[in-house]
Design a protein around this ligand. Structure first.
Ligand SMILES: O=C(O)COc1ccc(-c2c[nH]c(CNC(=O)Nc3ncc(Sc4ccccn4)s3)n2)cc1
Length: 324
């Protein structure tokens, strides 16, 4: 038996590229799929005719499996579901909400549906609804997040469901892959790491801000709106926090925040845009190809796991002799 995530999706390496709003287009998804991972297009709030074009384009750019991420907070989520159905998209991931209707509509058409969950309760619920696997996303992640860290969330989700678990949040190199599998995951999903690859079309200023980032460069804003979002610290995040502190209403905050992700991704406004990124931003120091990222990470993971098997013998030896 190889790996249930590989068997479920037909990919070579058990790695997904996060379906990041405005960032994950057909070009990035195809590059990741051609490199042996699962490239995922973000439907986000894309108008249906644009999403239809991206779904045609990705099939011209790769013969491999690919996915579509449906963000359930989006008013265009129902259009995205129908486009996923008509294009027979093989893998569907969902975020920021309840995936029941996505599972009901798309599983009968043969799609694999893999919701992002932020707690063990969510995971058990979507398993009962028929999810094929879950992505357990810790709060280290960029963008819209839950409240539990990857290190605590993944083992509890693994203990709660019998479908495969893919770990996400804070993973950007082989050590994170080795750790995720140690926690019981059978795959990983990375977002921020795949923003800084050559084939990603985000504005150069966005990539530069990630390259400059350190471990303390992100902040979570919007907890008071019920939609906490992790992004890199800048003038926008500082103003947003000040508004929250001074008791701004949810409407005021959401009005102030709307359009900011696009401003950062498309216009490169990294001062007043929302530069969504995870806490692993400080680990990213180059912009290689998607293929180079995937190969390097699994070589490093393999080395790390070999080292750990020696550790296993050492720990076992400690437990053999009677202590004291
Ligand atoms: O209530 C329930 O049963 C389910 O509740 C959930 C609560 C949270 C989640 C969740 C956490 N993280 C994810 C997947 N990640 C994401 O969805 N990340 C995102 N980044 C930027 C996005 S665009 C946006 C849209 C609205 C507000 C702010 N930003 S969406 N899903 C999933 C389900």
């Amino acid at each position: 038996r190889t790996n249930r995530v590989v068997e479920l999706t037909g990919i070579r390496f058990p790695v997904f590229q996060g379906g990041m709003a405005w960032v994950a287009d057909a070009q990035l998804a195809a590059a990741v799929s051609n490199a042996g991972g699962l490239g995922i297009i973000a439907a986000a709030n894309m108008p249906p005719e644009l999403l239809d074009q991206e779904l045609r384009k990705v099939r011209e750019l790769t013969d491999g499996p690919f996915g579509l991420n449906i963000m359930l907070l989006s008013p265009t989520a129902d259009d995205a579901i129908e486009l996923a159905a008509s294009h027979r998209v093989p893998v569907i991931t969902t975020g920021a909400g309840k995936p029941g209707k996505v599972i009901e509509r798309l599983k009968p058409l043969g799609a694999k549906v893999i919701p992002v969950v932020a707690s063990a309760v969510h995971a058990r619920r979507v398993e009962q609804q028929g999810a094929d696997a879950v992505i357990a996303e810790g709060m280290e992640s960029g963008g819209h997040i839950g409240e539990i860290s990857t290190f605590a969330l993944v083992p509890q989700v693994v203990d709660s469901v019998s479908i495969p678990v893919i770990a996400a949040g804070g993973i950007a190199d082989g050590r994170g892959v080795a750790a995720a599998f140690a926690l019981g995951a059978e795959g990983v999903q990375m977002g921020t790491r795949f923003v800084c690859v050559r084939e990603c079309n985000v504005h150069g200023a966005y990539k530069d801000m990630i390259l400059k980032a350190g471990d303390r460069s992100t902040v979570v804003t919007g907890r008071s709106t019920g939609h906490p979002v992790r992004c890199l610290k800048n003038k926008f995040s500082a103003k947003f926090e000040e508004m929250e502190r001074s008791g701004a209403s949810v409407e005021e905050l959401e009005a102030f925040g709307s359009g900011r992700l696009r401003a950062a991704v498309v216009d490169g406004d990294v001062e007043w845009g929302s530069v969504m990124a995870g806490q692993c931003a400080g680990m990213i120091d180059d912009v290689p190809s998607a293929s180079e990222v995937i190969r390097r990470i699994f070589v490093q993971a393999a080395d790390q796991m070999d080292r750990m098997s020696e550790l296993g013998r050492f720990f076992r030896s400690l437990c053999m002799e009677e202590v004291g």
